[in-house]
Design a protein around this ligand. Structure first.
Ligand code: NAP
Length: 530
């Protein structure tokens, strides 16, 4: 059998392993012929040693050149053309139009980091000049900036084969910051991973980056991922996926002799809270909007709205009828893997079986092909929701539970039982925002992104986007995985005390040769220090 998709260790392809797996095609429930060979323990060590060796050289490369590297990656990805989209379509079942959009987003993410590097102020330079005559003690010259941390391990997610995978939201900022990256390719899209890794390797060679700045290893078991996280040269982990996977990697990282940060984005049910007056005025439209958001992309979004809270108020019947009819009209869609498909129906049916849960609608139109997910919604009373923690958990896929509360006091009690979320949506008339301060405060407290009168699906890539949230939505609520601030996950502050001008990094020199914004003696300025 033809063998390709070998592990990328630095610029070399290598594979001595005796265990291989194949690409799964979800819509056909079949496998493609090529083998992807899982990395051996020696290959894990080789990739990590090369990354550790590349780190000091790569960190010293001026930010402008790292920006050229990121732009070269975008060019190489685009040069793959339709072959990349077609492979992604085969391996994920996601429609080509959605994949075109996701590829554009990935290019945009990398381009935004290149622009950030070229502008330069991202290092957050801060300079406090010496006061030698200060009494009773002189003040030394102290300067601070952000510096890279070392090799970063990246675990892409199954549901975004481009934007959250090999060249996605972790790799982009980690490389931009000056860190080598080692990707554990997701077993659900090995062919897409292979093509993307080839693009990164070509871009690295073209722009003269050190060997070992990027490696990618295959595995469909958990051995390679675990070995990468445990390797002493690893300095941080980026992960998007399940709660189980994220927490397993987090624990491994904490048990190391040198614990390291795991920036894990895990589960979220993204509650939508509808206040009474809003429901009265928007019953029909809301049903339509929610049905669209729940069923989008077979519900395989971290921002899928899994819980909707309403009260028994005028408009409730019109809303539930509209919501039900819109869900009935939706068409089934292919799920990413057989495992995700089985898990969806298992968890959905488990929810249907809970006490007081009533099925409201299941989409009736079936698309052709295997692994088809039908959008499904159910109702439960506020009282039963509060009493049953099983109903608070994520069902990954197009499922949403409508929690019907007696009144807004019960609604407050219900949302008080929720844990950290990527997003919370408040559907409210403007006057209601002030009328229900406790509900508003609770939603603000548990959410990374607090949306007024909008659904959570659709994550804009821009500096003000926070894609994160209190645990268990992520392992660390302080950081985002989307937008320029996501680079902070892979940087650390470093102070320089008493260093002469000639020996300081350019970012901290009096002359300010890069012309960047800096905090100089407590004032933001681009001026040189006289
Ligand atoms: P996953 O099972 O958590 O896997 C993500 C990545 O981590 C994969 O590369 C996987 O390896 C690796 N991994 C998982 N557990 C590991 C462990 N214990 N040790 C070492 N490596 C480990 O997520 P998924 O495959 O993308 O989807 C499965 C479920 O995750 C879904 O049903 C859904 O519940 C959830 N999910 C959540 C999000 C989100 O945005 N929060 C996104 C996608 C999926 P392999 O490649 O070998 O499997």
């Amino acid at each position: 059998m033809e063998i390709n998709g070998k592990n990328f260790i630095g610029y070399n392809l290598s594979s001595q392993g005796d265990h291989a797996f194949q690409s799964y095609v979800p819509v056909k429930d079949s496998y493609l012929p090529e083998n992807f060979i899982c990395a051996t323990a020696d290959e894990v060590n080789a990739a990590m040693e090369l990354a550790a060796k590349a780190f000091p050289a790569y960190a010293r490369i001026p930010a402008m050149q790292r920006a050229d590297f990121l732009i070269a990656i975008t060019e190489e990805i685009l040069a793959l053309g339709d072959a990349l989209l077609e492979r992604a379509n085969l391996e994920t079942g996601l429609p080509i139009t959605r994949l075109q959009g996701e590829r554009a987003r990935t290019i945009n993410q990398l381009t935004q980091f290149a622009e950030l590097l070229r502008e330069g102020s991202w290092v957050d330079a801060s300079i406090d000049t010496a006061l030698p005559d200060r009494t009773p003690l002189p003040k030394p010259d102290i300067r601070k900036m952000l510096v890279p941390i070392g090799p970063v391990i990246v675990f892409g997610s199954s549901n975004f084969p481009f934007a959250y995978s090999v060249a996605g939201v972790d790799t982009g900022p980690a490389l931009a910051a000056g860190n080598p990256v080692i990707v554990k390719a997701h077993a659900a899209h090995p062919g897409v991973s292979d093509l993307t890794a080839q693009a990164i390797v070509k871009a690295a060679q073209r722009t003269g980056m050190p060997e070992g700045v990027f490696s990618m290893l295959y595995d469909d078991r958990f051995e390679v991922g675990a070995a990468l996280v445990k390797h002493p040269a690893s300095k941080a982990v980026g992960f998007t996926g399940s709660m189980k996977g994220g927490m397993a990697l987090y624990k491994m990282a904490q048990e190391r002799d040198e614990p390291i940060a795991v920036f894990a984005e895990m589960g979220s049910v993204n509650p939508i809270v509808v206040l009474p007056e809003y429901l009265e005025h928007n019953a029909l439209e809301l049903g339509k909007t929610l049905a669209g958001s729940v069923s989008l992309g077979a519900g395989q979004f971290c921002t899928n709205p899994g819980l909707v809270f309403v009260t028994k108020t005028q408009g409730l019947i019109a809303f539930t009828d509209s919501y039900k009819n819109e869900i009935l009209k939706t068409t089934s869609a292919t799920m990413l893997t057989a495992g995700i498909y089985k898990n969806y129906y298992k968890l959905r049916d488990h929810a249907f079986e809970q006490e007081d849960v009533n099925k409201l609608a299941v989409s009736e139109q079936m698309s052709e092909g295997e692994n088809q997910a039908q959008a499904s919604i159910a109702t439960v009373s506020g009282k039963s929701f509060i009493a049953n923690p099983k109903l608070h958990e994520e069902v990954f896929g197009p499922f949403s539970l409508l929690v019907i509360c007696e009144n807004t006091d019960e609604l407050l009690d219900a949302v008080s039982h929720l844990t950290g979320q990527l997003t919370c949506s408040l559907m409210a008339q403007e006057s209601e925002v002030n009328a229900y301060p406790e509900i508003v405060a609770r939603l603000a407290q548990i959410s990374g992104r607090f949306i007024l009168n909008g659904v959570p699906t659709g994550v804009e890539v821009c500096p003000s986007m926070h894609h994160g949230g209190p645990f268990p939505a992520t392992a660390d609520a302080k950081f985002t995985s989307v937008g320029r601030h996501s680079i902070l996950r892979f940087l650390r502050p470093q102070s320089y005390q008493g260093w002469p001008e000639a020996l300081l990094p350019d970012e901290l020199k009096n002359a300010n040769p890069l012309g960047i914004y800096r905090l100089v003696n407590n004032e933001f300025t681009k001026d040189a220090i006289k």
